[in-house]
Ligand binder design. Structure first.
Ligand SMILES: Nc1ncnc2c1ncn2[C@@H]1O[C@H](COP(=O)(O)OP(=O)(O)OP(=O)(O)O)[C@@H](O)[C@H]1O
Ligand SMILES: [Mg+2]
Length: 492
């Protein structure tokens, strides 16, 4: 439920439930009473009860108004009896324990013992009402204290005959407001219990969670509970928590990769530099003693220096890619034309080295991909290079096949080289990873595939490998098809 509806409902039910419940209960009691003969209470009984109370009260008011001495006279007694006519009323005025005036047959002993005044000295209330039975007849007895001019105290007793039904009516009249208040309390209580379950409780827990998060306890999940608005807050907080957790983890990964980078750089640069040092010392010490030898030494030095230079370039490029520092320059290009161009620009150079290209386009005409042309070039340069470096024997063949998959263009680069050992396969896209056999033989830093993967990832693409040792390796680059209507560059 949402918070607004809950508030509205709680206010409405406070308006509706107590009166309805009270009315229902009253009707029930009323109906139940009417089942017993003689116990039934009718409208006339309520009226009588009301009249009885008001008449007695107004008589009391008259007594207050009159001077106490005149109250003790017979005229006043008659006047009051006349006023209470129709109620079957009796009057008795007492002064210092002696009855000064009484209606026929009423004795002081009938009333004095029953008004409760005698028991406590001087604590009797100014006006006390109770129900008594005199000669088997129930009466409402009202005792009113007065002080005469001579300082003596006395009591005015007013009696009005009542009956069971009037008494019941009186009880009912008093019960209704009490019941109403009771129902109000119950409703309020029920709603505050509910509100605390669905609003306050979840808010308190939410607050605890936020406190825990701010202390860095990011593993603590934000539980969804309570009303809709609170759930929304919890959902947003949970998203925030996941993001935070992810960014903390990413920072950890970056730190880790930085450590690895530093140690790998030192290791991988050391090998060519040691060898450069060897050749330089050879030259200095005159080991290369003929001009031809010296030239060979210098050529080797140049090659090693170039290798170091390339490694440093790769490293710089890779860390830029990893830190997302160089933006991609995406263009929609015709896939077949673009990849044919990659093959053609390398065909001649590779042929000189004994490598032949086979190009096969199985794409539907006009299939386009959105790529950064220069970066993608680098991916395929490394794949071709790998096929050449890790070939079997002196010649080899590189097949480039373009295929279509739902929403994707797949580019396969297949070779018939040495293949990759099964236990190396999971690591070849890691930076600096080189299968053991490759380390001694071919030049390289082991960054080529890591760079390729970063670039392909930047294209929302995927790259994966299949390989069998001594048979060959196939790399597959999967790129999303460019959405129709993009800027299209036709290949020359
Ligand atoms: N076509 C392939 N045939 C056999 N092994 C391969 C092939 N491609 C990659 N590998 C293995 O995967 C490793 C990682 O390749 P990657 O291109 O990342 O590094 P590299 O070629 O050794 O160095 P770099 O590309 O930085 O010059 C290689 O060292 C090699 O062991
Ligand atoms: Mg490589």
């Amino acid at each position: 439920m949402d918070l607004r509806r809950r508030l509205l409902l709680s206010n409405l039910s406070l308006l509706v439930i107590p009166p309805t419940a009270t009315a229902l209960l009253a009707a029930l009691v009323f109906g139940a009473l009417n089942l017993f003969p003689g116990a039934g209470v009718g409208f006339a009984d309520f009226e009588k009860a009301f009249r009885l109370r008001t008449e007695l009260f107004s008589a009391a008011a008259t007594v207050w108004r009159e001077s106490p001495d005149s109250v003790a006279t017979e005229e006043f007694g008659k006047y009051i009896t006349a006023r209470l006519e129709g109620l079957t009323a009796e009057v008795l005025v007492e002064k210092s324990g002696v009855a000064l005036y009484a209606t026929d047959g009423l004795r002081l002993s009938d009333v004095a013992a029953r008004d409760g005044a005698e028991s406590g000295s001087g604590q009797a209330p100014a006006l006390a009402t109770r129900t008594v039975s005199i000669g088997g007849v129930p009466y409402v007895l009202q005792a009113q204290r007065i002080t005469f001019s001579d300082g003596a105290t006395g009591t005015v007793y007013l009696l009005a005959a009542t009956d069971r039904r009037i008494e019941t009516a009186e009880v009912l009249v008093v019960s209704v407001p009490v019941t109403f208040v009771l129902f109000c309390l119950i409703t309020v209580l029920a709603y505050s219990v509910r509100t605390s379950r669905t609003v306050s409780g979840p808010l308190v827990r939410l607050n605890e969670t936020v406190a825990a998060l701010s202390e860095g306890q990011l593993a603590r999940e934000v539980v969804e509970q309570g009303d809709e608005e609170i759930r929304q807050v919890q959902r947003s907080l949970e998203k925030l928590r996941l993001k935070l957790q992810e960014s903390v983890a990413q920072r950890g990964r970056i730190d880790e990769s930085r450590r690895l980078l530093v140690s790998s750089i030192s290791h991988d640069l050391k090998t060519p530099i040691t060898s450069i040092l060897g050749y330089v010392e050879g030259l200095r010490d005159g080991v290369a003693d003929t001009p031809e030898k010296r030239l060979r030494y210098l050529e080797t030095l140049r090659a090693k220096t170039l290798q170091v230079d390339r490694m440093i370039d790769d490293l710089v490029f890779f860390s830029k890619l990893e830190l997302d520092q160089v933006p991609f320059d995406f263009q929609d290009v015709d896939a077949a034309a673009y990849f044919a161009e990659r093959v053609e620009e390398n065909r001649e150079g590779y042929a000189r080295d004994g490598m032949a290209f086979v190009f096969e386009d199985r794409l539907p005409a006009g299939a386009a991909v959105r790529i950064d042309r220069e970066r993608m070039k680098r991916v395929f340069q490394n794949l071709f290079e790998n096929a050449r470096k890790y070939r079997r024997g002196v010649t080899g063949r590189i097949s480039v096949v373009l295929r279509e998959a739902p929403g994707r263009v797949l580019v396969e680069v297949r070779d018939e080289g040495v293949g990759i050992p099964k236990d190396s396969l999971p690591y070849i896209f890691d930076r600096f990873y080189r299968a053991d056999a490759s380390r001694g033989k071919a030049d390289g830093s082991g960054l080529g595939l890591a760079i390729a993967k970063q670039i392909v990832d930047g294209h929302q693409g995927e790259i994966w490998v299949r390989s069998t040792e001594d048979e060959g390796t196939t790399f597959v680059v999967s790129l999303p098809v460019a959405p129709a209507g993009g800027t299209r560059t036709e290949e020359a």
